[in-house]
Design a protein around this ligand. Structure first.
Ligand code: NAD
Length: 452
């Protein structure tokens, strides 16, 4: 699926016309190629800002970045920057923040297209001191506003470190790398909460899922097929599930990634058992499940039928609930702890006209994920959700042209995301380096203008 307008304003003679007319020109984002394993992490050096008590935090982060062969600066160099990282983890009063963010502001003019800004902070909820909480929570509004000011495909995000989590904790390292990389192309204005020091930094960042077995539902096309490809690229063995009617497409995708196709309707009574049996017999284990299969049956509530409501509930949430219960009680299935990611949606966060059924189920996914997170943590696993905004797939190609144009421009990057953008975020959340991220709802929406 492609965005004709974006292609026109970025190429040839139409690019000049668009410039002259002052038309909005969404940038071509720096993206990964799912078939290639190695990409330069950044298009230029990193400026690392952290002063006062945060000086040592910034120093420790610098060691990590230097180990990745990045060109790291602590003062503004006379060069185009690939990224700016600001640490605000030790702030105790809003009055301490101005000088530090203004230093970042001065550096913004040097940020490369598709550059990155990352702000590290602490959660307001971890303190009962009003001034500290104010200083910390202010970072939320600051970062989201800054992300809306960035241009040319640059993104701005935050990493929030709970008490006891340090800049050297595996999931902080993992989140910094993910947010700097092209893998996070369509993630902007978001916060990754690292709540524990769990997780492991991989020996090889390009194969962090080697030896892991992952099930992806709805893998025949769209986002599910992209997830299968990125998981395979990073070393995982993939079992792809889709309905028998999509069997041919599923077989194609699984052939491409050397995976196993399982033709199965996830709403069937024996669906969970069939998935578990296949994983056990083929691989002897199952480490990760991506609940991606989903359906739309849009209608205004006044015209909604029981059939449309029930079909959406059955696929988008009830089947997942049943499968998760079966997975949690399957002894010895996931030796290192089960990792789950479910597909939510910005429609489940902000609501969407004509989607009461879909919005209900996507918000239900968020409720389920948060309740599962502590249960999975007990067994060394995690449960997270990813909420895509407008992604260019066959699902969104069915939206009528005018609302489709509006939906794809209504975010800070002024374009729809690609399936690979969602897939990269899911692959990150399933990786060993994300073991300290649990119960998170991470949006992949280019900072959609609706919802938080
Ligand atoms: P899609 O319609 O292109 O693909 C969904 C896949 O799920 C299909 O291959 C379909 O056959 C399969 N599927 C449906 N019912 C199934 C069942 N009962 N059993 C097994 N497989 C089943 O959708 P997509 O755009 O790739 O979306 C994937 C997920 O992302 C969905 O959960 C969707 O709600 C969510 N999402 C998509 C967008 C977007 O903009 N495309 C936005 C937010 C959320």
């Amino acid at each position: 699926m492609s965005d004709t307008y974006l292609n026109l304003v970025n190429s040839g003679i139409t690019k000049d016309v668009a410039k002259k007319l002052g038309l909005p020109r969404p940038a071509e984002l720096r993206r990964t190629d799912p078939s290639a394993v190695d990409h330069p992490l950044l298009p230029g050096p990193v400026l690392l800002l952290g002063s006062g008590p945060d000086d040592t935090v910034a120093d420790s982060l610098a060691q990590t970045l230097l180990a990745w062969d990045l060109d790291v600066h602590r003062t503004l160099p006379n060069r185009t920057l690939g990224a700016i990282v600001l640490t605000l983890t030790d702030i105790e009063h809003p009055e301490q923040v101005g000088e530090r963010v203004l230093e970042l502001g001065e550096a913004l003019r040097s940020l490369a297209p598709s550059g990155r800004v990352i702000v590290l902070s602490r959660p307001a909820a971890d303190t009962d001191d009003p001034a500290v909480a104010a200083a910390r929570h202010g970072v939320d509004g600051f970062t989201r506003s800054l992300a809306k000011e960035l241009r040319a495909g640059a993104t701005g995000n935050g990493i929030v470190l709970s008490d006891g989590v340090t800049p050297g904790s595996p999931s902080v390292t993992g989140a910094v790398r993910f947010l700097l990389s092209a893998r996070s192309a369509f993630v902007s204005g978001q916060f990754v909460h690292v709540t524990t020091t769990d997780g492991e930094v991989p020996g090889d960042w390009t194969r962090s899922l080697a030896g892991r077995v992952a099930v992806v539902t709805g893998a025949a096309r769209g986002i599910g097929a992209a997830i299968a490809r990125t998981l395979h690229r990073d070393g995982a063995e993939v079992i792809g599930v889709d309905v028998p009617a999509a069997g041919e497409q599923l077989a194609q995708v699984m052939n491409e990634v050397g995976g196993t196709a399982l033709q199965l309707d996830i709403t069937a009574d024996d669906a969970a058992q069939r998935v578990i049996d296949l994983a056990r017999s083929r691989h002897g284990r199952l480490d990760a499940v991506v609940h991606n299969a989903g359906v739309l049956r849009d209608k205004l509530l006044a015209n909604m039928t029981a059939e449309k409501w029930d079909a959406v509930v059955a696929v988008n949430i009830a089947a997942q609930l049943r499968m998760n219960e079966a997975l949690l009680s399957a002894d010895g299935l996931a030796p290192d702890g089960l990792r789950l990611v479910s597909l939510a949606s910005t429609s489940g966060i902000a609501g969407n006209r004509g989607q009461t059924n879909y919005g209900y189920t996507k918000a239900a996914v968020i409720g389920m994920t948060r309740a599962l997170a502590p249960r999975l943590a007990e067994q060394g696993g995690t449960a997270n959700a990813v909420a895509p905004g407008f992604i260019e797939t066959e699902m969104t190609a069915k939206i009528p042209p005018v609302p489709r144009q509006v939906a794809r421009r209504a975010n800070s990057l002024q374009q729809g995301g690609q399936p690979v953008d969602v897939a990269e975020t899911i692959t990150f959340l399933l990786s060993p380096q994300a073991g300290g991220i649990n119960g998170e709802v991470l949006r992949v929406c280019g900072q959609n203008l609706v919802g938080q």
